[in-house]
Write a protein that binds this ligand. Structure first.
Ligand code: ADP
Ligand code: MG
Length: 558
């Protein structure tokens, strides 16, 4: 039987495809600029092997022009251009990528930065334009051609005039409808901000005629408009520069420009990884919590770039929850992107990067703790809860990463100490790491239970945050020393052996019976203790849940 070909309503198919691939309309400009940059790259790569071709960087640029009257937006490049055949093959066939073919044909050379690979980006222009004209003259030809289409109804190609090699893409921006406006794609300011957002690090200048004002000659206080050509993108991304070229201010400025936060970061990490996975990253450890940090509105994540083009604003997979406060960006050439370039195809590389980043953050925090204690404590005041939640969550899987980053107030030092500092000065006869949990250091100091331990000359960690004791319970032991609450029944102190004063109980039998009756249902037992020094009574607990933990658990919504 003869096979029938599928038929499709191509206009509808194109619309469906474009609208299902891209979540945001504004990315059409990213796609067209990326194509222009690829076209210039291709000349550059040709010149590497062709002696007759000289690549003079100043001759290559991308230009954006707007004309409100004719509702046109034009993207011009001085790239390699397209022949008539290439116009037909690359723009006439959906999902055909001339750029991918170029990369494959030139496989031997490394360092390719060409962005295109799917052969659909160009059609995103139809999200904002109802008519697209492409005028192109290829490097290899003296003739120029004009390609025109109003969507998937088809296209026309005819010869035309063009003085220089390169491509001009003219978009006739759609008319506003009841539901949609397209005006913004004719506004200089808006276009500039889209370019900044997605294409700031395209390696060739993206020029635009920007309207400026100047005092009018001859008339006081009057201003006249004039157009000035400006380069909108900053081209060389800071993360590709050498660390030695950059000052602390450069990093701070980048943090501010990117609006990662309104504070001053306490520290930054500049990574240039060249191993199993190649990527550059700049990460920041903020000083202050964003206003929504401890709410469910807060979204963690790093900006993700592929070859200098922004792919994702907040890639959550790059950060573990316990480091969700980290801000910054990652750029990699090794990512396999999905067709919309909004998501990643395989997450193997991403997982490698994430793992790498996590250990860099940890060691940076440890260095900060060691060398710049004051700064670390500033950071800790803002984000300690997140670190402790991190210890507690995931069944303590991350305690090894995090336990050395924790600080607690010491009864001896009257300041924050690490577990390591505590253990390193433990007297030989001390078996446990002692802690007391409660509302405030002042109250904990007055607790009768702390007295005996303190009297022995042992240090006590004061846990004043709700989550503290939960985290400590998960850590269980540190450097082979177990944690022990000062209010637990058995303190593991020598004198303890006969902690209960049976003689006192015998002598005051009636009093004890009366107390037990009076407090029945509230306490399990009443005993005479040798533990008390200057206080008449104290409460102790048996088992794993302390009084403080019970309070927290009771306060939690069930
Ligand atoms: P991709 O960039 O993923 O290959 P596009 O749909 O964006 O897909 O573009 C299709 C092809 O059209 C490109 O691969 C390239 O060969 C060609 N092309 C698009 N724009 C230009 C341009 N400005 N200059 C030269 N060739 C271009
Ligand atoms: Mg493209």
């Amino acid at each position: 039987m003869a096979k029938q070909q599928f038929k499709a309503e191509s206009k509808r198919l194109l619309e469906m495809m474009i609208n299902s691939i891209y979540t945001q309309r504004e990315i059409f400009l990213r796609e067209l600029i990326s194509n222009a940059s690829d076209a210039i790259d291709k000349i550059y790569y040709r010149a590497l092997t062709d002696d007759k071709l000289v690549f003079n960087k100043d001759d290559y640029f991308i230009k954006i022009t707007v004309d409100k009257d004719s509702r046109t937006l034009t993207i011009t490049d001085t790239g390699i251009g397209m022949t008539k055949e290439e116009l037909e093959n690359n723009l006439g066939v959906i999902a055909k990528s001339g750029s991918l073919a170029f990369k494959n044909d030139n496989e031997a050379k490394d360092g390719y930065n060409i962005i295109g690979q799917f052969g659909v980006g160009f059609y995103s222009a139809f999200m904002v334009a109802d008519d697209v004209t492409v005028i192109s003259r290829a490097l290899s030809s003296d003739e120029a051609y004009k390609w025109e289409s109003t969507g998937a109804d088809g296209y026309t190609i005819e010869p035309c005039e063009k003085d220089s090699v390169g491509t001009e893409i003219i978009l006739k921006i759609k008319q506003n409808t009841e539901d949609d406006t397209y005006e913004e794609y004719l506004e200089e300011y808006r276009l500039k901000s889209i370019i900044k957002k997605y294409s700031d690090f395209i390696r060739y200048p993206i020029k635009m005629d920007v309207t400026e004002h100047r005092p009018q000659e001859g008339s006081e206080g009057e201003f006249e408009e004039y157009k000035e050509e400006q380069t909108v993108n900053s081209m060389v991304p800071i993360w590709r520069k050498n660390k030695s070229e950059l000052t602390p201010e450069d990093y701070e400025n980048f943090y501010m420009e990117k609006r990662y936060g309104f504070d001053k970061p306490v520290s930054h990490i500049h990574i240039k990884a060249d191993g199993a996975v190649v990527y550059n990253a700049i990460l920041y450890i903020p000083e202050k919590t964003p206003f929504d940090y401890y709410t469910k509105e807060y979204e963690k994540g790093l900006e993700l770039y592929s070859n200098g083009v922004l792919i994702m604003n907040k890639c959550a997979d790059l950060l573990p929850d316990y480091f969700s406060f980290v801000k910054g960006m990652v750029d990699s050439e090794d990512l396999s992107l999905n067709i919309s370039r909004e998501m990643l195809q395989h997450d193997r590389q991403l997982k490698l990067i994430a793992k790498n980043i996590q250990s860099k953050i940890k060691s940076q925090l440890q260095t900060l703790l060691k060398d710049e204690r004051e700064k670390y404590e500033q950071f800790y005041a803002s984000f300690s809860r997140q670190l402790k939640f991190g210890v507690y969550n995931d069944y303590g899987m991350n305690k090894d990463v995090l336990q050395d980053l924790l600080l607690f107030t010491s009864s001896k030092e009257k300041k924050l100490v690490t577990l390591d500092e505590y253990v390193s000065r433990m007297p030989e006869d001390q078996k446990y790491i002692y802690y007391a949990a409660g509302e405030s250091v002042e109250r904990l100091e007055k607790l009768p239970q702390t007295e005996l331990v303190a009297d022995k000359g042992y240090e006590i960690l004061y846990l004043t945050d709700d989550i503290d004791e939960f985290a400590i319970k998960i850590i269980m032991n540190y450097k082979d020393k177990e944690f022990k609450s000062v209010s637990s029944g058995d303190l593991g102190i020598e004198a303890d052996a006969s902690d209960v004063d049976t003689k006192a109980e015998e002598d005051n039998k009636e009093l004890f019976t009366a107390m037990k009756e009076l407090l029945s249902g509230k306490v399990k037992d009443v005993k005479a203790s040798k533990r008390l020094k200057s206080h008449p009574v104290c409460l102790t607990t048996e088992g794993e849940i302390s009084i403080e933990m019970e309070k927290v658990l009771n306060a939690m919504p069930s």
